[in-house]
Design a protein around this ligand. Structure first.
Ligand SMILES: [Zn+2]
Length: 64
């Protein structure tokens, strides 16, 4: 009898064994959960740009 878990996102019952996305039913639900977490953490009101906007300073490094 397979051990079942309930997906916290869509509430579907999925088997625990052999499920790479556990406790989620699929990668989709896993990404939804990850996205919800990231959105709550990185949401900046009034700014629709990238969450991390650090400049890459690889250009001005010319060593002779
Ligand atoms: Zn799910």
């Amino acid at each position: 009898m397979p051990r079942m878990v309930r997906c916290p996102i869509c509430r579907a019952e999925v088997s625990w064994e052999g499920n790479p996305h556990r406790p989620f039913c699929s990668e989709r639900c896993r990404l939804i959960d990850l996205g919800a977490w990231a959105e709550g953490r990185y949401h900046i009101p009034g700014k629709e740009t990238k969450p991390e906007d650090k400049p890459e300073d690889d250009d001005d490094d010319e060593s002779p």
